[in-house]
Design a protein around this ligand. Structure first.
Ligand code: MN
Length: 713
């Protein structure tokens, strides 16, 4: 068991100014709360947090991370409250411990690739501080190292989880030594037979391999020396898991895998990397398609290197990686390499260039001048545009940010979406527009008689949900329109003693439908219902004449049309391709001539005219919007109402009236009151020809000094 002294001396070796008091305090606290707890190995529980912080110290992390390692299990496994941790060790430590605790609560169920990727992403998204992941990885590494004490089913489950989730997570963060170790430990428990085959195979070939390594290294160092490159050459067998993967991919046994040795050449500069590559390619034959330049195109986790594969004179394949010392450090330590202390000091401010490209790569917009600042401010927002939640069965689902339970319901099944009436998140009822958060467990409440609502369109985030809701609304409106259309037509036809509607699939009606370029009788009925076609037009077609002349009995729609037209003469509006339409003005926006307008086909009630930017129109079904324009005809006036608020003054009414008359607007009605605070509020109803005239009037009134505001009502 590692001792506290070992840990503090590691830390002091790279950070002489570390707050050792805090580490000792955490040690004492951890020992106190874990007292009496025992690991399966029989060791006191404290050995686990100690080993974890030892791993963290070996990664040269800051003291906050090491302290968090000592405390990482206190909230989950003892009676300690998070607030206690915060009080004693500060906000940062508390946040890290909290993050580690949360991750350990994630349920891992499905083993599909996709699922594993989602969980990795979710962990990244949940861990708002990189140090949370470092502690979690160190925790997992020690648990894997002591997995032998667990019962065998548990061994397999944990090893599988490590291979699926944590090893790739370490890889994603670029911490390759951790990734390899986690993979090899997992392989040991998941495929014990193959693991021992590989170990044996490597051991048997040990001597030959050593000779091979020496031979290659001798050739290389001599040639490199000739061209003046000072290089370090390492040759070692690849880690077991990568050999295992090769065996699986190519269906080989260990004795058939030849290139188990990989070489690494470390040089001083990027230029030397490419020079070395050229030299190697002149010595041995490169395998085509195996050269990769990660120096000019680094991986997202900052990895840089040149990779090449060659055929030796003995006909054996070997892989060589070429990189600089800096690149080598990043390759081994990943993100961690960037906050490591150099000789106990942080890098000088200004030495930003080595950090700048990371910022670019990871799209972290922060300047990474100071590694401490880097640590504290870097949020893992690589996946912040996504949110990961669970089904009650523990399956992970991925959604765009701000997605709601309705999106969730539709992602499961369109039927569940359509019937969704409520949702429970983490066992509590939430509104349907609740915004899902990472790690939420979502359960949908459905009801057989429930249907989608138009309101949902204002908050759903996925296109699946949106499309499905729109479809439903459209379908429902169509059904309703068909019913209304049938109703209208039936009433009108009755007067002519025609009852074509009684005969289903009536050919006469189908014929009429085709004449209107419609495919079915239902389409025709829907058009009547929407008000796109009048029943009169259909009558004309049915009776095969141009006009129903001398029509004494008006149809329902015509009746309303005439009634309104009588009341309000001509509306001065043309609707694209249609005449004789029932037109009304939206009460919401009362458009005036000159303003941009649009028609909205209401169900069975003709067309309502709205301002083009009226909020009512914005949520409307685009299929029901129709182009409309003002007819320019003279002598038509429109009524507008204005409310003017002004500081009370004599002669105000006269001034305003003058503006109206100068602009040739008739005043129909006027009403003025004075408020206690010496303000006057006047309402005017005036007649104007168009919007421009009204605009002029409003701006003239606004230019009067005492006027505070002019509103159109
Ligand atoms: Mn632990």
């Amino acid at each position: 068991m590692i001792r506290l002294n070992d840990i503090t001396s590691i830390i002091l070796s790279y950070n002489p100014n570390a707050n050792i008091n805090l580490i000792e305090k955490a040690y004492v606290f951890s020992a106190k709360v874990h007292k009496g707890q025992v690991r399966l190995s029989g060791e006191p529980y404290l050995s686990h947090p100690l080993e974890v912080s030892g791993i963290l110290a070996s990664m040269k992390t800051d003291e906050i991370t090491v302290v968090s390692g000592l405390l990482h299990d206190t909230v989950e496994d003892t009676l300690t409250e998070l607030s206690e941790i915060e009080y004693l060790f500060g906000k940062e430590v508390a946040r890290i411990v909290d993050g580690v605790t949360k991750i350990s609560k994630i349920k891992f169920v499905s083993k599909e690739e996709q699922q594993a990727e989602n969980i990795r992403k979710m962990i990244l998204a949940m861990a708002t501080d990189i140090r949370v992941l470092l502690v979690k990885l160190a925790d997992r590494l020690h648990n894997m190292q002591t997995l032998g004490y667990q019962p065998s089913e548990k061994q397999e489950k944990i090893a599988r989880e490590t291979l699926d989730i944590y090893a790739p997570l370490a890889g994603r963060m670029g911490i390759f030594w951790m990734k390899s170790r986690l993979e090899d430990l997992s392989l040991y428990y998941l495929e014990p037979k193959i693991y021992s085959d590989i170990r044996l195979g490597i051991a048997q070939r040990h001597e030959g391999q050593e000779r091979f390594i020496k031979e290659i290294r001798d050739i290389l160092s001599e040639k490199l020396k000739e061209v003046g490159i000072n290089a370090t050459i390492k040759g070692r067998h690849k880690h077991f898991y990568s050999i295992y993967q090769k065996m699986m991919d190519q269906n080989l046994n260990i004795n058939q895998v030849y290139d188990i040795i990989a070489f690494r050449i470390i040089v001083s500069t990027v230029k030397e990397c490419y020079e070395t590559l050229g030299l190697i390619h002149s010595l041995w034959k490169p395998v085509s398609g195996r050269f990769k330049d990660y120096i000019s195109l680094p991986k997202a986790n900052m990895y840089q290197s040149l990779h090449t594969s060659l055929i030796t004179s003995l006909g054996e394949r070997m892989e060589i990686q070429i990189r600089t010392w800096d690149m080598d450090k990043i390759a081994e330590e990943g993100i961690a390499a960037h906050w490591m202390y150099k000789e106990g000091k942080f890098p000088e401010k200004g030495s930003t260039s080595q950090y700048a490209w990371i910022g670019k790569l990871l799209e972290w917009q922060k300047s990474l001048v100071d590694p401490r600042e880097f640590l504290e401010t870097v949020k893992l927002d690589l996946f912040s545009s996504e949110v990961y939640v669970f089904t009650p069965k523990g399956e992970v689902k991925e959604f765009p940010k701000d997605a709601t339970p309705v999106d969730f319901a539709y992602s499961i099944h369109s039927e569940i979406g359509d019937r969704c009436v409520g949702a429970k998140v983490n066992e509590r009822i939430v509104p349907l527009n609740y915004r899902l958060k990472n790690g939420d467990v979502v359960q949908i409440i459905t009801s057989k008689n429930s249907n989608p609502s138009r309101d949902w369109l204002s908050f759903v985030k996925t296109s699946t949900a949106r499309t499905r809701i729109r479809q439903w609304i459209k379908k429902e409106e169509r059904e309703e329109s068909i019913a209304i259309g049938k109703n209208i037509l039936e009433k009108d036809l009755r007067k002519y003693h025609i009852n074509v509607l009684k005969q289903p699939n009536n050919e006469q009606l189908l014929d009429v439908a085709n004449k209107f370029s419609l495919k079915t009788v239902d389409d025709l009925m829907a058009s009547i219902g929407y008000g796109k076609i009048s029943s009169k037009q259909i009558l004309n077609r049915l009776l095969d004449r141009e006009e129903v002349e001398g029509e004494k009995q008006e149809g329902l729609v015509q009746k309303i049309v005439h009634k309104i037209q009588r009341k309000r003469e001509h509306k001065g509006i043309t609707i694209k391709g249609m005449s004789d339409m029932l037109i009304r003005f939206g009460k919401c926006c009362s458009p005036l001539p000159g303003e941009e307008i649009v028609g909205y086909i209401t169900r069975g009630r003709g067309i309502t005219i709205h301002q083009k930017d009226c909020s009512y129109i914005k949520g409307a079904d685009p299929d029901r919007l129709i182009d409309a324009e003002w007819e320019t005809s003279e002598g038509i006036t429109y009524v507008a109402r204005l409310r003017i608020t002004n500081i009370s003054k004599k002669g105000m009414l006269a001034d305003v009236s003058a503006i109206f008359s100068q602009n040739e607007a008739n005043i129909i009605d006027a009403d003025v009151h004075t408020t206690i605070d010496k303000k006057a509020i006047s309402s005017f109803t005036i007649e104007v020809a168009d919007y421009n005239q009204l605009k002029n009037i409003i701006s003239r009134i606004k230019s009067i000094k005492e006027v505070l505001k002019v509103e159109r009502m």
